[in-house]
Design a protein around this ligand. Structure first.
Ligand code: UDP
Length: 371
């Protein structure tokens, strides 16, 4: 009998497992996929660590989280600075003086601020949705060229129907700083995320290709307690209805050239281009292999966003009002399962970044393990 059965070998599960083992508990980790590391999984192809489930750039303001991950990997100095391609016009991201200069020809922060102030006037009162929030942050021109098309592709919904917090993830800066994140600490684990998670799971029994929900009764008998990091609605067999998720499909190509787009991420912000962004994986590690040599080929992934349907991988919770309400009902059921703790992006139906997932797992492990 194990103390803990951990369902899901992604970040949440791996952190919880690591903390549990550290405090002398016995742990079994299972995952229905054939690999560990959940959606941060990377795979080495042509000497390039390919982010198989989309770009992951680790960033945090939380020193305790930063110190924690350093125990399992050395991080490089990668700083995320995606660019936006709107019908062939290139803009800097996040929204900063380079963006405003290209859009309006303004040079000083005052000029940019007054341009935004002028365009923001159309929004009266508190912004009620993502569209109003975006216009209120950066004005209509930027909304139309850099936000509207991308967001509608990404979420499959009108900007008027989306919650404003989504756009508040992006910084707006009146300086020339292309760093996408307002984070004190940032980087990519050298050698890939899979290795990072592998190091977290060192010495821990992991069984892959095991579907918990398919074999729930017998698996539950193996442990005192279950840490479940899968989708919360799936756990309850969708009995209150299905929560909505966005899924992502990647078209990955190996190209016989050294440089495709000159940057790790290019967002296609028009409505017509069917993909949301193209990732060129080698740039997460500056185009070099592990020995510091140039890599002759390159690998790109086009990212297509779609509504989740059964059988797809869920990626993003749709935290609008309707879904949040349904989640709250599931949460009540979850709280009554005294043998099971729910955690992570899917278990808590939360648009967590990696550092937030790690933090949540650390806190929950601390609480649980000190009992
Ligand atoms: N967004 C946008 N234009 C961009 C990049 C992002 O309008 O070029 C919006 C979009 O609505 C997206 C949100 O900002 O969902 C948050 O972007 P972020 O990069 O944080 O999304 P993630 O990397 O988690 O997909």
């Amino acid at each position: 009998m194990y103390d803990y059965l951990i369902v899901g070998a992604g970040l949440y599960g791996a952190v919880f497992a690591q903390k549990a083992i550290e405090s002398g508990k016995s742990v079994l980790v299972i995952d229905k996929r054939k690999h560990i590391a959940g959606n941060v999984y990377t795979e080495k192809i042509e000497k390039i660590n390919v982010h198989k489930y989309g770009a992951h750039i680790f960033h945090t303001n939380d020193l305790s989280v930063w110190n924690y991950v350093q125990k399992f990997a050395v991080f490089n100095r990668f700083t995320n600075s995606p660019i936006a391609n709107y019908k062939g016009e290139i803009y800097s991201m996040p929204f900063n003086m380079y963006t405003f200069n290209k859009m309006w020809g303004v040079v000083t922060p005052e000029e940019a601020a007054s341009k935004i102030a002028e365009q923001r006037k159309e929004i009266i009162g508190q912004p009620k949705n993502l569209e109003e929030q975006a216009i209120s942050l950066v004005g209509r021109d930027i909304y139309e060229k850099l936000i509207k098309g991308y967001t509608e592709k990404q979420w499959g919904r009108e900007c008027k129907e989306l919650p404003s917090f989504i756009i508040k993830r992006l910084p707006v800066r009146l300086n020339y700083d292309n760093n996408y994140f307002n984070a004190l600490y940032q980087g990519i684990p050298i050698g890939g995320y899979t290795k990072l998670v592998e190091n977290m799971l060192k010495g821990i029994e992991v069984r892959l290709g095991v579907d918990y929900l398919e074999n729930k009764d017998e698996l539950d008998m193996l442990a005192e307690k279950v840490i479940y990091t899968g989708a919360i609605d799936a756990y309850f067999d969708y009995k209150l209805g299905a929560l909505e998720y966005r899924s992502v499909r990647f078209e990955t190509e190996v190209l016989d050239k050294t440089n495709f787009q000159g940057n790790a991420a290019v967002n296609y912000t028009d409505r017509e281009t069917p993909w949301t962004r193209i990732i060129e994986h080698k740039w997460f590690e500056f185009g070099k292999d592990e020995n510091g040599n140039d890599i002759p080929k390159t690998i790109i992934s086009k990212e297509y966003s779609s509504e989740w349907k059964p059988g797809d991988e869920p990626y993003y919770p749709v935290n609008d009002e309707k879904n949040s309400e349904l989640y709250n009902q599931y949460k009540k059921l979850a709280d009554m399962e005294n043998k099971v703790l729910f955690g992570g992006r899917l278990g808590e139906y939360k648009y967590y970044d990696m550092d937030q997932v790690i933090k949540a797992a650390l806190l929950s492990a601390e609480k649980e393990l000190s009992k």
